[in-house]
Design a protein around this ligand. Structure first.
Ligand SMILES: [Zn+2]
Length: 70
């Protein structure tokens, strides 16, 4: 992605801009939010799902998502 904001990217003290959440692959309108509620957690403490703010569907994050959004 090439969505860097120059005002914050130029500063040495800021490591990286906050990642932009992906768009829902189901309805293609809603943004996906991290759902970290206890009932959907599996064995892993850091496990979470995407939750669409528009259609309320849940998605399993990819490996890249886990790295970028944890
Ligand atoms: Zn959706």
């Amino acid at each position: 992605m090439s969505t860097r904001i120059s005002t914050t990217a130029e500063r040495g003290s800021v490591p990286s801009p906050p990642p932009i959440p992906p768009t829902c692959p189901n309805c293609r309108q809603g943004l996906l939010w991290k759902d970290t509620r206890a009932e959907i957690r599996e064995n892993d403490e850091h496990h979470w799902r995407w939750w669409c703010g528009n259609c309320s569907k849940r998605f399993r994050p990819t490996e890249e998502h886990l790295r970028r959004f944890n």
